[in-house]
Design a protein around this ligand. Structure first.
Ligand code: BV8
Ligand code: ZN
Length: 239
């Protein structure tokens, strides 16, 4: 592993256009359960069952209870050494950070210009007038919360399964991936599309995966570092 770390450190130091795609795994060491962790269930629901427009239409209160529970967990969590290492990398040599996560921990760590493919759990969007706003309420007076502008039902400002990703953000991510000379794939099972398709956008680019286990992206990686992102990333970016 030591030899791999040395090789990885050199690849990062030599890179001119670094892109990172992160998934739920980078927040695991902050205590936020991932989607596919055995513990990732809530009241025996699977995320795929709740993170859909159909579930919200059928039972907006239960879906909002899940999001309110996740918001409370995330509010009590802090960015970990993996998030902070990506901030240092961006400050030292620039980085395009693309995330599938909606937890906002990259923002709280200090990353900027983040391309959020799946939206943001701290944004609410009105189902009637489309107004969107940042809201950090921990416990809403009533669920579903009302739009702050027109009073109609608000929804979480995230992208659900079956919903299109924000077009401009995804295009920027695809352009960055295509122009990268180093692509870091961090803490993602690479099973959710079209986010995972970015890993295949690469042209003459080195792909480095950081994960605790093999994933659907491993066969496409030039270098796979096996271990927790919060331990590995600081070693790759140390000055
Ligand atoms: C869409 C927001 C079409 C909500 C999320 C092919 C092409 C296009 C679509 C599809 C397709 N095949 C299937 C689809 C449909 C679907 C899909 O991909 N389904 C999957 C389940 C097969 N995709 C969609 O529906 C997308 N929309 O395609 O729309 C369209 C087009 C036009 C018009 C209309 C419609 C929308 C997908 C977005 C869904 N929303 N999140 C919310 O969060 O509540 S996705 C959700 O999964 C999270 O964002 C999460 O981040 C993401 C991906 O999962 P991961 O991040 O990878 O997390 P996971 O738990 O899976 O893995 C964690 C990894 O970390 C593991 O590998 C683990 O080993 C590792 N790990 C753990 N600890 C650590 C670690 N690594 C390092 N260190 C550690 N300490
Ligand atoms: Zn409204």
């Amino acid at each position: 592993m030591q030899q791999h770390l040395q090789q990885a450190r050199q690849l990062i130091a030599d890179a001119r256009r670094v892109v990172a795609l992160t998934g739920a795994g980078i927040s695991a060491e902050s205590g936020i359960r991932t989607f596919r962790d055995p513990g990732g269930l809530w009241r025996n629901f699977r995320p795929e069952d709740l993170a859909t427009p159909e579930a919200f239409k059928r039972d907006p209160v239960t879906v909002w209870e899940w999001y309110q529970w996740r918001r409370q967990l995330i509010a009590a969590a802090s960015p970990n050494a993996g998030h902070l290492a990506l901030v240092r990398l961006q400050q030292r040599q620039g980085l395009t950070l693309i995330t599938q996560n909606v937890d906002g921990l990259h923002d709280r760590a200090g990353s900027t210009g983040i391309l959020k493919l799946h939206g943001d759990i701290w944004t609410l969007r009105c189902t009637a007038c489309g107004h969107a706003w940042h809201d950090e309420t921990h416990t809403f007076a009533a669920l579903p919360p009302p739009c702050e502008r027109c009073g109609a039902m608000a929804r979480p400002g995230v992208v659900w399964f079956g919903e299109a990703l924000p077009e401009v953000v995804f295009r920027q991510a695809a352009e960055a991936a295509a122009a990268a000379d180093l692509f870091l794939v961090i803490g993602t099972s690479a099973v959710v599309f079209p986010a995972a398709s970015l890993i295949r956008q690469r042209k003459n680019c080195t792909v480095m995966e950081i994960n605790i286990e093999r994933t659907a992206a491993t066969s496409n990686a030039d270098l796979a570092l096996r271990g927790p992102a919060g331990e590995i990333l600081p070693q790759l970016v140390m000055d």
